[in-house]
Design a binder for this molecule. Structure first.
Ligand code: ZN
Length: 149
């Protein structure tokens, strides 16, 4: 493992990989979607329970690499209790954070900032964004399937 990859796989990411938060099925889910990243073999299902225009609960299932699992786990923590209108901007900000290189200034996304280093590893960007694309598909279509290819 190179020094750069050690930086990427930092402690918080490994913690969420080993002990994912909000993993499993979700009783009373109003929205579900499945995502697949064939480049890495990551699979994720995202379940969301929306009530009164607010994301009351969210969970994920599936198997993937450390980055995809940690990103899904961190995403579920970031979403709970958020009004629906905040979700699309958050997905866009997260996507920008992990794709835009060159040191552009980004607003802090709190705990999600630990994934910012992914932008230095283009092959891993799809791992980091998979759960987020899947979330968007679930919220836009009620249910669905997405592939990063
Ligand atoms: Zn992956």
């Amino acid at each position: 493992m190179t020094a750069g990859l050690r930086d990427l796989y930092q402690e918080v990411i490994f913690d969420h990989y080993r002990n994912p938060r909000n993993r499993g099925a979700l009783a009373g889910a109003s929205h579900d979607a499945e995502g697949h990243n064939p480049l890495c073999g990551d699979n994720v299902k995202v379940h969301v329970r929306v009530e009164g225009g607010v994301v009351r609960d969210v969970s994920f299932e599936g198997e993937g690499c450390a980055i995809s699992t940690a990103s899904a786990s961190l995403m579920t923590e970031a979403l709970k209790g958020r009004p629906l209108e905040e979700i699309a901007p958050l997905v866009e900000q997260f996507h920008a954070m992990v794709t835009e290189t060159g040191g552009a200034a980004h607003p802090s996304l709190g705990k999600l900032d630990v994934l910012a280093g992914v932008r230095e590893f283009p092959a891993r960007v799809k791992c980091a964004t998979l759960a987020w694309h899947t979330l968007r598909a679930a919220l836009e279509h009620g249910h669905g399937r997405v592939s990063t290819e």
